[in-house]
Design a protein around this ligand. Sequence first.
Ligand code: GH3
Ligand code: MG
Ligand code: MG
Ligand code: MG
Length: 313
Amino acid sequence: PYAAVEEIEPVEEEKLEETKAEPSVPLILIIDDDVEFAAFLKDLMEDNGYQALIALNGEKGIELYYEFSPRLVILDYCLPDADGVELLAQITEKAKHDFTPVIMLSANATQENRIKSYQLGAMDFLSKPIQRELFFPFVENRLALQERIWTSALQDELTGAKNRKFMIGEMKSLKEKMERSEVERFTLMLLDLDHFKKVNDTYGHVIGDEALRHFVRELLKVSGPGDLVCRYGGEEFVLVLPNTTEAEAYRTSERLRTLLEKEAVPGTKDLKIQFSAGLIEVLGEAPHSEEILEKADKALYAAKKSGRNSTLS
Ligand code: GH3
Ligand code: MG
Ligand code: MG
Ligand code: MG
């Protein structure tokens, strides 16, 4: 059912790199210098409802990997600027953290190459040429497994926000990006719902839960695709905003406040949620996440003390 290689038009590198990722569709990263083969894989993934990004060399591959956190990586062992094992070593920590399966492909599938790849965490090692009809069913199983593990390990069940474990990993990778000067700064916002105990006492826990989901939906409306929305615990949330100043983050918090003033919690006539927040901007060299969160917590505490429903830094 798939087009033969000869039928695929040659793809210009520029064109490939322009691809914009749509955050809601799972993304697959293909790192392979064989343009026609990469284009074949991309079409195959897209025909099956996934998005695919192509990197034609190792450097671009790493860049796209860190920028887009793909669900799955297909990695060619022989690349013009790096071998696949070197590249694997550079992404392995994040890949483990994100449960990203890495499928290694190689025309030179020696036992030594296989062993090195598996030791660095590659899930599979396939010899080229691959059997094209088998490839998507094979990939689909890996994706399904990744999705299930990912959801249960890194996502909050009630609200669908990322959980604390995920956030800590993201902050670690942000710190590394700042060390590589890929990210200049970020602002972290710690948000705590005001008088939430009273919400539960007045409306009951079911509505309390609904209020938490409502809060996350509104939080997602004011945040961008590169931002991180995390349920830190109970009724505490963290918003991580890369390349954002404290002043910009403050405006985001006020947009959220305005939305929450307008919209009652679904299932209630008049329950409006208020929150207090603490902000901290991290510029240049990032301290450890505990230190950042501690500072944000101090600012949050000050916001609570000053009468709630406000954001302080
Ligand atoms: P403050 O303005 O000082 O933050 O007051 P508060 O009442 O929000 O603070 P407190 O930390 O004392 O109470 C938090 C409440 O959040 C208590 C707990 O029952 C509720 N809560 C935490 N997790 C959940 C949850 O998953 N669902 C519901 N319905 N309530 C939750
Ligand atoms: Mg190659
Ligand atoms: Mg609290
Ligand atoms: Mg609270």
